[in-house]
Design a protein around this ligand. Sequence first.
Ligand SMILES: Cc1cc2nc3c(=O)[nH]c(=O)nc-3n(C[C@H](O)[C@H](O)[C@H](O)COP(=O)(O)OP(=O)(O)OC[C@H]3O[C@@H](n4cnc5c(N)ncnc54)[C@H](O)[C@@H]3O)c2cc1C
Ligand code: SF4
Length: 521
Amino acid sequence: MSDFDTIVIGSGFGGAVMACRLAQKGARVLVLERGRRWAVKDYPSVSQRNWLWDESEPEQQNGWLDFRYFGDMSVALGAGVGGGSLIYANVSIDAKPEVFNGGWPEAIRYAALQPHYQTVAKMMVVQPLPDNQLTARTRLMREAAEKIGAGERFKLVPQAVAFNPDWHYGLDNPHDLSQSRPWVNDQGVTQGTCIHCGNCDIGCPTQAKNTLDLNYLALAEQLGAEVRALHQVRCITPDGCGYSLQVRDLDKGRDVTLRAERVVVSAGSVGSTELLLRCRDQHKTLPKLSRYLGRGWTSNGDFLTAAWYDERELSPTRGPTISSAIDFLDGSEAGARFFVEDGGFPDLLGNLLEKGGRHYRLRNTRLARALMAGAQRTDPARRMMPWFGQAADEPGGRFHLGRRWLMPWRKDKLKLSWDYRKAELAVQGLADMHLKLTRATGGEAITPATWKWFRNLVTPHPLGGCNMADDARSGVVDDRGEVFGYPNLFVMDGAVVPTSLGLNPSKTIAALAEHAAERIA
Ligand SMILES: Cc1cc2nc3c(=O)[nH]c(=O)nc-3n(C[C@H](O)[C@H](O)[C@H](O)COP(=O)(O)OP(=O)(O)OC[C@H]3O[C@@H](n4cnc5c(N)ncnc54)[C@H](O)[C@@H]3O)c2cc1C
Ligand code: SF4
């Protein structure tokens, strides 16, 4: 007898949807998540070490940002109950229908996914920024698009954020927590509305941002699913008609073994690919995994250019991190397909001052008032525009286990071989467009040297590694995420996405999981 019908490894967009829908079908579901469960009061403090994840010492360092360096490519990942939703910039958008016309299994076309996109939009309460709440960056985006004759390509992006239509920048203290209004979501969880504080990537203080712990995972738990935080799965082994998992309990510092008839690996593009590579090549417990494992990986062409303006206040530390896009995914720019977005980032100094001002020992003192006033004034990059975006690059990456420099006899280090040439046309098109939009609006920008000279990129949108396909010769899993050669072992997360999307991927990952869960008995 197995401990559970289904064990889901990871609680991001793939894992949360699978846990919720399989629990709804009556399965006894356990979710194992390597990161912590976060409450607003515990959100990572930038003044402490607790917001970074360190894969080499996860028992000591288990914050929610896992930053991996692979030479020419670095990858930012979320860790925690809710996965990447804890850290993401809220954009929840359908992929273009044309994306599914090549490189995907026959069963995965836009028409097949469309009802699932709608379900995800409802669960994640997706909506655009209200017209009375446009940020300075949104207005610059629209003006820039118009000035280069691309006004019709500008649009507000759908966001998984609850906005209060009565909120606006003209309020007294608009970013104060008291300006947020409580509401109750369909899963019965009380949330707030957005106050444009700009903290989306370091934790929404009002819970206006619809993270997975507030909806899909909340519903899964109401249906009886169990979520165990700080549990990292290290190995999967076939066991009778199911699988047993070797799991490290990071909190108690001990190993446990758990068994289930069905296992869903949802550890993300990097996590799922690494776990399966280790099972095939290091532990040798899943030797029949496809030779395609690790291949066909893409960075989704993410690129950022900082531009500076003498005359404009843009305040990228205010407002939801991303609000709008200028859509060039039709390839009209010499074949390069890309999606320009405005970027934002939290005001770390302001947050530190505010935290100091709210400290229980200082509350109601003159120093607290001074710190709070300072927090309101800080806006270190107010004339800066972070032009952001994604580009539809060719999947040019391959993960594999390679040798260590200092211990070359050990072949257990996760490595990424990335062929920048597969990304060059699309990413360069996006980078050039950033400069064009800057010039058209009177700013100054240069392409970052990391790309211009070294062809290095950083991505928060890793995709692929356990690619979906019609057979094991061209992929690792089928259109429901079931692993070729291993019945009842599934992968469902960004790792199964076989092509670049050229825009933010979380909604597509969730829709693929909805599609798969519907087809699993
Ligand atoms: C700063 C930032 C901003 C972003 N903004 C956006 C955005 O606006 N819109 C958008 O669409 N996308 C955005 N993304 C990308 C988005 O977060 C990811 O595409 C998405 O989270 C991927 O979903 P997933 O299910 O593949 O994996 P994840 O959400 O990464 O979930 C995987 C989970 O598995 C856990 N895990 C990994 N290994 C193990 C293991 N061995 N055992 C147990 N648990 C494990 C991880 O801790 C994690 O919680 C952003 C990402 C970052 C970093
Ligand atoms: S801007 Fe602030 S309140 Fe709005 S979603 Fe982001 S973190 Fe939450």
